[in-house]
Structures are given as structure tokens and as C-alpha cells.
Design a protein around this ligand. Sequence first.
Ligand SMILES: [Zn+2]
Ligand SMILES: [Zn+2]
Length: 267
Amino acid sequence: MYILACLAVFFGAYLLQITMISAFYHRALAHESLVLQPWLKRFVAQSGMWFTGLDPKAWVCMHRMHHEHSDTALDPHSPVHYGFFGVLRGQLRSYERTLVRLAKGDPAYTSKVADLDFPTNWMNRHRLWGLPYVAHFLVALAIALSTGFWIMAAGYWLGMMSHPIQGWLVNSLGHAVGSRNFNTPDNARNNTLAAWLIFGEGFQNNHHQYPASAKFSYRKTEVDLGYGLCLLMERCKLLRIERATLIPSPKKKSPETFIGEPVTENR
Ligand SMILES: [Zn+2]
Ligand SMILES: [Zn+2]
């Protein structure tokens, strides 16, 4: 029973954090495939850093650069250039560089996020990027000291702060190992393991072909749990899904799908 409770706490924290990054940072802010309620957008802009330890504006900037330069030397985290395990360090370095360049007002970076009407988080402007990590550690410590449930406390902290591992799995597996539905010009792949673990984010090949789609799955056998979260939040009136840009179903191919005609074999 205790272990089940620990798993529930881990999963709850994981869900909170993945909703913030995958649904709000990625699908809503970076690609505008979701339209958030104005209050929710403000909440994400102001509080996202506390939940994830990642600056929403810097994350979006780096991610848009990834799409623009996918798997080239300018990609902030491509396994083609950093190596499979080197992505872990590469993505951290690129994120730090993005924060510094945005703070210095480098047009090469600020122009990528000119549409975001909020600044980088005050913690990052004052070099206090570690505060969320300390805060979540203190919450975990409070759970442990008040209840004696140390494993549960560890589950909470790991669930909230697992984004570097998630990012690494998506960025490395999703661009090195897996099948391809579309002949994208990069090495983007659909990795089922990364897709299950990180709520649809592993379908990088589908996503690079249709970046403006809130749904990352294409075939019936592909499951995008993150899109399920989006549908749920839409029902709760927290956001609206942009349906005009949704990835088409394989049976209803529109003329625009010509460029990304599904390939017959998995490479
Ligand atoms: Zn990608
Ligand atoms: Zn994207």
C-alpha cells in the first residue's frame, strides 16, 4: 500500500510537470496549436519556472531553433552532432546559452520569441535559476520529516524534476532510433518508448512534419497521451485546440501532405 501511495505521488508530480512542459510550453507557447485561456497563459508565463525549473521563454526559443535547424550543426540538441549520450550535456549548455543571449538582447535569439509578450523569469535574470530545485527539495524534505515517508518524498522530487531525463529521451531517441512515417529532411524518428514515457513527445517524425498540430500521433497504433490531456483540458474549458492545423488522418490525405508522403518502409 505504501509503495502504491509513493507511485501515486511520483506520477502526480510527473503529470503536473509534463503538462506544464508538453502541453503548455511546447504545444501552446512554442507552436500555438493550443490557445490557452488568458489567465492560464499568464499563469504559465509567471509560474512555469517554479513548476519545472525551466524558463518558458528560453525553452520556447531553444525549441524553435531546434525545429529551424533540426539535426544540423545549429541544432541545440541533436544526437547527430552531440552523440546519443552527449545530448544530455548539449541540451543543458544550449539552454544556458539561450538564457544568456536572451538576457543580452541578442536579436538572433530575441527575434525567435518576439511574439511572447512576457520576459524571461526574474530568477534567471538574477542568476537564481536553482531556486525551484531547492524549493521542491524543501517540499520533499518537509514531506519526509513530517510523515517519515522518505521514499514518497523522493518520488515527489524525482517526479517534479525529471525534465532533463525526459528531454534527453525525446531529443536522443526521437532523433536516432525509431520508425519514420514521413520523409522529413532531418533524422526525426517515432520512438514508441519515448512516446509512452513522455506523453506523445517521442513521435518526433510526425511532429517535425506537422509542427503546428496539437496531436503528435498519426497512425492508429500510435498513442499520444499528451493529446489526451489536451482534450481533457479543453473539456474543462482551460484551452482550445486548433483543429485546422491537426495532423490529418492517414485515410484523409490532403494535397499538402504531398511533401511528407508516408514512407512505405520503416527505416
Ligand atoms: Zn525534434
Ligand atoms: Zn516542437
